[in-house]
Design a binder for this molecule. Structure first.
Ligand code: UDP
Length: 397
């Protein structure tokens, strides 16, 4: 498993760590439990990390020396060859049957490894340049070209849902390899419905309505929309909790602009910024909320929406990407067009003003959440690995 630019052991919800870290960590854990021997290679990103960590039976994380610790994301592509050479060397003593690359940067390494070693390449992109561009977040043209070359050689591509597959085929064409829907899961041991009052007490929250945003704070995620929605809600007793930290090159400037917006609306007492929380602790935040807001410009899947649903909390989300399959409009939450803060507010009022409706939606959301498990995702992946190792490799186009 290649997770070049960010480690599955890193704290999600800040910097470059988010859904992909959770996906790699949980999926590999489920594969390992099922008896698949997995090695995850990730770039050594700070000093003092052991070369290898045996996370659990069948799962080892290897920290690969490649470039300075504090490289910016834009500089990471330059040291992919160093990373690749290390992995190739390591594979001599620890041979692999399949290389599974996460994100386009790992895809570059995976593509070389496929050719050098002659094993199938499975690729999960998590985000794609053309999808981000459609959402208003353009990426360098170079990334698109590289993605196309990885797609042209991948023996299988994993997408998380129908919407991502449609988007993929529309923007990148039909790939020569297989395309498999491997829906991520949610850890039901943590993310289950629970007692709202208890969660609020534990977190020191009051009795008024609680709205929640969880994730990396960057323009794509739309915390500004959440602040505007709180202003539009017209409920002076309501609070917004924003759990996560700054992410990306423009993250810090964006955090400043969000604080400014909070001040402009006079909401300083009602918007609470909470630093990134350990993944399992988030379940208390979800349970404490009346609704979880996901105003992302694009989202290949949207784990936060799934975790909230699994906790029985209605989700109000922008109607894009994977969120379309994670929110059943009017049943488990609401889908909003164009990230309109007024609509976020209006739908949230529908929940706050009608507790029976909110409860029914929460029950339906929890039901939806139960459909997604990491063990099911791992089972699909195992089948896919078996398929690609028993077929001839896709010829690089
Ligand atoms: N997350 C976390 N702690 C935080 C904030 C976020 O563990 O303080 C996790 C969250 O539970 C989710 C992931 O980070 O699993 C974010 O994934 P999502 O797919 O919503 O967004 P992405 O980061 O992939 O854009």
């Amino acid at each position: 498993m290649l997770s070049y630019h960010t480690s599955p052991l890193a704290q999600p919800g800040v910097g470059d760590s988010g859904g992909m870290n959770v996906y790699v960590r949980e999926l590999v854990a489920a594969l390992a439990h099922a008896g698949v021997e997995c090695t995850t290679y990730t770039r050594e990103w700070r000093s003092g990390l052991p070369r290898e960590i045996h996370v659990e039976p069948n799962h080892t994380v290897v920290h690969v020396p490649a470039g300075a610790f504090d490289l910016r994301k834009e500089e990471l592509e330059g040291v992919v060859p160093q990373f690749t050479d290390f992995v190739l060397d390591d594979l001599r003593r620890r041979p692999a049957d399949v290389v599974h690359a996460n994100y386009w940067l790992s895809g570059i390494a995976g593509h070389s490894i496929k050719h050098e070693v002659g094993i199938p390449l499975v690729s999960t992109f998590h985000t794609l340049a053309r999808v981000k561009a459609e959402g208003g977040d353009p990426e360098p043209e170079r990334r698109e070209r590289i993605e196309a070359s990885i797609i042209g050689c991948a023996d299988a591509i994993c997408v998380s849902c129908d919407e991502e597959e449609d988007q993929f085929r529309r923007l990148y064409g039909d790939p020569p390899g297989a395309m498999e829907i491997v829906a991520p899961g949610v850890e039901h041991a943590f993310f289950t419905p629970g007692d709202r009052r208890g969660a609020r007490q534990a977190l020191g929250m009051g009795d008024g309505p609680v709205l929640l945003f969880v994730g990396r704070i960057q323009p794509l995620k739309g915390v500004d929309v959440a602040v505007r929605a709180l202003a539009a809600l017209g409920r002076p007793d309501a609070s917004l909790y924003v759990v996560g930290g700054s992410s990306g090159a423009d993250g810090d400037a964006y955090v400043d602009s969000v604080h400014e917006l909070v001040n402009q609306f006079g909401l300083r007492d009602r918007v609470h910024f909470v630093p990134p929380q350990a993944h399992h602790i988030l379940s208390s935040y979800y349970r404490a909320a009346d609704a979880v807001w996901v105003p992302s410009r694009s989202e290949s899947f949207g784990l936060v929406a799934l975790e909230a649903a699994a906790c029985g909390i209605p989700v109000v989300a922008n109607a894009v990407g994977g969120l379309l399959s994670l929110v059943d409009h009017d049943r488990t939450g609401f889908l909003v067009a164009d990230r309109d803060p007024e609509l976020f507010a209006r739908h949230t009022r529908e929940l706050l003003d009608n507790s029976d409706r909110a409860r029914a939606m929460g029950t339906a959301a929890a039901e939806l959440g139960r459909r997604y498990t990491w063990s099911f995702a791992a089972a699909r992946l195992r089948r896919l690995y078996t398929d690609v190792t028993s077929r001839s490799l896709v010829n690089c186009s």
